[in-house]
Ligand binder design. Sequence first.
Ligand SMILES: Nc1nc2c(c(=O)[nH]1)N[C@H]1C(S)=C(S)[C@@H](COP(=O)(O)O)O[C@H]1N2
Ligand SMILES: [Mo]
Length: 391
Amino acid sequence: MISRRTLLAGGAGAALALPVLAKEMADLRLPGGPSLRPFEPGFPGKGKMIVQRVHPPLLETPFSLFDDGVLTPNESFYVRWHYPMPTEIDAAGFRLAVRGAVKKPLSLALEEVVKGGETIELAAVNQCAGNGRGQFVPRIPGAQWGPGAMGNAKWRGVRLRDLLDAAGVNADAKFVRFGGLDEPLVAEAPAYRKSIPIDVARRDDVMIAFAMNGEALPLLNGYPLRLVVPGWYATYWVKMLNDIEVLTREDDGFWMAKAYRMPTVPVKPGDKDFPTAPIGPMVPHAWITNHADGDKIAVGKPVELRGIAMGGDCGVAKVDVLVGDKVLSATLGPDEGEYGFRRWSLTLPEGAGRIGPRCTNVKSVSQPLDQGWNPNGYARGGVEFIALVPA
Ligand SMILES: Nc1nc2c(c(=O)[nH]1)N[C@H]1C(S)=C(S)[C@@H](COP(=O)(O)O)O[C@H]1N2
Ligand SMILES: [Mo]
């Protein structure tokens, strides 16, 4: 038997890298590395995905996909689970509970959920709060996502408010808590539950989705039902949703009181004991999709730039492209929904150097130049510069 010491003596890098080098690899270009991740086609309902973790799955969307259009295909849509999820769902036996501070608790079969209120459909970006965590400097522990822990889909579902009304929410309701079918690895660990304020839960566009891009939700994206909170980070978009609980007080469970919180004051690496609040609405963000950092371009020739932008919790107003000390206006593609991605494009007469797109949303919030480092690596939203180098 080869001891661990012998392996390390042979070079930790070599020992770690050999088994995966045999596969096709994605390069996430994370500052300081390691940046290579295997591509895998073998997950249910998924095509070639970047594997961050096999089980429970963390699968990243290959970034080149975002250059193809504003909707992310289901088979390429990223996947994030905290705990093992069921790999089979009994659709006939499935029930969704609506309970807590309500007059009439409900236990609804799938059909009853689907017919339980108005059906709505809209495009919205589902983005992990930790999207791009691996790109922060200094680096931050947690899933080392590149920029592909996001996707835009057309979600179809039943309006949450209609189901809440059917159960008759009590007047003193403050939050609504959501839980799914996945269970903690160990019994003592807190089940994944997330809460949103009652006024957010009652919004016109908050839904229990049963379809994604015109098809049933892929198992890994939450079949048969998931919460969709347009404009809010995906941590709230509870998958395999089977429990809705109306609360009369703030949720003091682990996933609200301890996890997924943002500092409410500016922080720097090493700071401790700062105040925090649950993360909520997303921030504006834009990406270049047809060039990557370090791409070589012909000297003296026009450079076509193309990308996607999102307004965060509202629509995109404009995208500027910062090129050296110049600020150029990009052309926006069609508006396909305020919460979705919007395409942008710009042709530079020529150009190498540092280039970054900056989104301004319809609430006049513009991306800062700083990435807003924070100890959990959430809500990355600074301008994403790339360098194009003369060929
Ligand atoms: N039931 C359940 N829902 C969940 C999670 C989870 O672990 N369990 N993770 C949340 C987080 S943190 C993210 S980023 C999104 C990911 O959604 P996706 O896998 O469909 O891309 O699901 C959210 N919903
Ligand atoms: Mo997430």
